[in-house]
Design a protein around this ligand. Structure first.
Ligand SMILES: Nc1ncnc2c1ncn2[C@@H]1O[C@H](COP(=O)(O)OP(=O)(O)OP(=O)(O)O)[C@@H](O)[C@H]1O
Ligand SMILES: [Mg+2]
Length: 427
């Protein structure tokens, strides 16, 4: 009996599923997912080969402008080598040509049976290699994210954090490793962290690190601003509860609360302060949040000793991580970012790095701007040599500006920070 050919009909689905199962592991391994193939059967182009009432082969295709893609080609085992595959592709091509394609392409698994394809005119483009990348957020999630003010960050933020080698290594090991490969973590009995605290003096990069972790994991990032929830009809506590309920719908997410001491400071006084209800609410929300895998809560504070003791108790936050002032390498990179490229070659960076020890990134930015402004004024009003092609900014300008900048983080604050690390840090 010879095979006959026609367009796919919904009633052919069972036959297709049977062939699908057969094809797996047979050298005609499907490349696209079943969901993709079924969608194309219904919306794009699909041809079946049949004999009596039995489906013995299927070819499915999809059009992308002038290029057609074969998303599935399978022939029943008992009917191979009879030219059915070639004929299916021929019928599919005729069907798809009506949509204006000029080329038909196909992806096959590497060790698959490509000789069959060469026989019917396909060329093996050996110089091409296939790459793919997961889309991190689905369309439905995108809408939810937008409502929550969240977004997917650029992918390179982690790499952009200069220096801070110890902090980065610690976060890479404790957070990124178990969170990015939950199966591996499970195999070793490691429970991936669900919530962490970052603490340290102002401007040391806590916010930067929180975003960089999200970027590194390729998870969306949502910053929650408790002060902005004040307008909620149910108050800040109610608003917070609502945000956490919505967040629960997301597959993966990093939720960030900055300056958390504002809503979770030590409970004291009678009557209790107005933030008391908010602190209590947050304490209730964290255990729920912790139940959902693929979610990470990051809170940051400049003032960890002000936090409520219950807040820091074991079981709520997996790690309490200090983020200190930028080390020499980080300072170098921050200087480089703020010194104009025209001046950079002439500047003694090593000297600036040494002399700015104890500066926060924001202090460096301030000093750099000050140096530039002074150099500009001098060259215009005093020496009158200003041109747009050269820069007369010198190392001296920067050293003067460093001398004229007060460190944000005093020795006293650094001392306190060291004590906090000792007493409250948890790595
Ligand atoms: N390691 C680093 N390399 C380059 N730039 C950095 C680094 N750390 C911080 N910065 C820059 O310094 C500035 C301050 O950092 P950030 O806002 O993350 O600090 P913070 O600890 O969150 O401050 P605050 O306590 O005021 O909230 C930002 O502009 C950031 O880009
Ligand atoms: Mg911050």
């Amino acid at each position: 009996m010879s095979a006959r050919y026609r367009n796919f009909q919904p009633a052919d689905t069972d036959g297709l599923l049977a062939l699908w199962d057969q094809a797996r592991g047979s050298g005609f391994e499907p490349v696209y997912s079943l969901a993709e193939v079924l969608a194309s059967c219904n919306q794009d182009h699909a041809i079946v080969a049949y004999e009596a009432n039995e489906i013995i082969g299927v070819a499915v295709g999809r059009v992308a402008h002038e290029q057609g893609w074969v998303v599935l080609l399978v022939v029943d085992e008992a009917h191979r080598s009879l030219g059915i595959g070639g004929r299916l592709l021929g019928e599919l091509e005729i069907d798809m040509a009506r949509s204006g394609i000029t080329k038909l392409s196909m992806l096959v698994v590497n060790d698959g049976n490509s000789r069959v394809l060469e026989k019917v005119g396909f060329v093996d483009l050996k110089h091409l290699k296939y790459f793919e990348r997961e889309v991190s957020v689905s369309e439905r999630e995108r809408e939810l994210l937008q409502n929550l003010g969240g977004r997917v960050l650029a992918r390179d933020l982690w790499g952009k954090i200069a220096g801070m080698k110890n902090e980065k290594e610690m976060l890479e090991r404790r957070l990124v490793l178990p969170l990015s490969d939950a199966k591996l973590a499970e195999a070793f009995g490691v429970e991936p962290p669900k919530a962490i605290v970052l603490f340290g003096p102002p401007g040391t990069g806590k916010t930067t690190f929180a975003k960089a972790v999200a970027s590194r994991l390729d998870w969306p990032f949502i910053e929650v601003f408790p002060s902005r929830l004040a307008g909620d009809p149910n108050g800040v506590a109610g608003g917070l509860r609502e945000v956490f309920t919505e967040v629960n719908e997301l597959e993966n997410v990093v939720v960030f609360i900055d300056e958390v001491e504002e809503i979770a400071s030590k409970r004291k006084g009678d009557p209790p302060s107005p933030t008391q209800g908010v602190t209590n609410e947050l304490l209730k929300l964290i255990p729920n949040f912790r139940e959902k895998p693929g979610h990470l809560l990051v809170v940051a504070t400049n003032y960890i000793r002000a936090l409520d003791d219950a807040f820091l108790r074991h079981g709520r936050f997996d790690y309490v991580i200090p983020i200190g002032l930028p080390d020499a390498e980080a300072r170098r990179s921050i200087w480089t970012r703020y010194i104009p490229s025209l001046a950079l070659a002439k500047i003694d960076l090593n000297e600036l790095v040494t002399r700015s020890a104890g500066f926060s990134p924001a202090d460096i930015e301030y000093a750099a701007r000050k140096a530039s402004q002074r150099a500009l004024e001098q060259s215009v009003y005093e020496s009158q040599v200003a041109t747009r092609e050269t820069s007369t900014t010198t190392t001296e300008h920067y050293l003067w500006a460093i001398g004229d900048t007060r460190r944000t983080v005093s020795d006293e604050v650094i001392d306190e920070f060291e004590q906090d690390i000792e007493r409250l840090g948890r790595l």
